[in-house]
Design a protein around this ligand. Structure first.
Ligand code: C5P
Length: 222
């Protein structure tokens, strides 16, 4: 019997890679599978939390988990910010596109003999925005997929985005991270760090939720 230590929490979890339209049939995307976010959602549900999964991945999730399907960074942003006031924690495991096409074509782009140039603009940083709007007491956690200087980059994001924790993982390893069933990394907090040894995404989800529970206990005491 799982410990229902997350009873009373309402977790907002994002999963998957966003798809940014080029035209009605094409998009810019990434290799995220949504598995890490789904593992977090399933584990949190078992531990008694109410869960809303905002995802681009159409994979099935357990009954009892509210699922909101989105496609683009903008749609994910709206879905997250709309629900943030009712949540006790936000975990952004999604791989949100950093750039989108400035003017997606209304009709399918025809090929020609010429080169084609797409103009890209930055997407809004949902995690940073959520942290700025944070209702008091709401925990905000992000991920950082890095290929070098994993801890340094993770620490910078922790500071710059103003979040409670960052799960930084090395996606240059062939055995972990994007698309894989396994993950490894380090969870960074303002005052400490927790190594997350190579494990299944299910085990890693449990470790991350242990830390969410710990943050909650600390927050309630202060
Ligand atoms: O800056 P970077 O993309 O590495 O940050 C990763 C973290 O920020 C992830 O938690 C991701 O879900 C979130 N993010 C976001 N909006 C963006 C880009 C990233 O919320 N536009």
């Amino acid at each position: 019997n799982p410990i229902r230590d997350l009873a009373g929490e309402h977790l907002l979890i994002t999963a998957g890679g966003t798809r940014e339209a080029i035209d009605p049939v094409r998009f810019l995307g990434n290799r995220s599978s949504g598995k890490m976010g789904i593992a977090l959602a399933e584990a949190a549900l078992k531990r008694g939390a109410k869960v809303t999964l905002i995802t681009t991945a159409s994979r099935a999730v357990s009954l009892g988990c509210e699922r909101v399907l989105v496609e683009s960074a903008e749609e994910m942003r709206t879905a997250v910010l709309d629900r943030l006031p009712g949540a006790t924690a936000l975990i952004m495991a999604a791989a949100v596109a950093d750039y989108r096409v400035t003017n997606p074509a209304a009709q399918k782009i025809k090929k020609s003999g010429e080169k084609l140039t797409l103009e890209l603009e930055r997407t809004p940083d949902i995690l940073a925005e959520a942290a700025r709007l944070r209702p008091s007491g709401t925990l905000i956690l992000g991920f950082a997929a890095e290929t070098e200087r994993v801890v340094e980059e993770g620490r910078r994001k922790l500071r710059e985005k103003g979040v409670d924790a960052i799960v930084a993982n090395d996606v240059s390893r062939p055995d972990t991270g994007i698309g894989s069933d396994h993950n490894a990394g380090v969870m960074l907090f303002a005052d400490r760090e927790v190594r997350l040894e190579l494990s299944s995404k299910w085990t890693m989800a449990e470790r991350i939720l242990d830390e969410v529970h710990r943050l909650r206990v600390l927050r309630d005491r202060s």
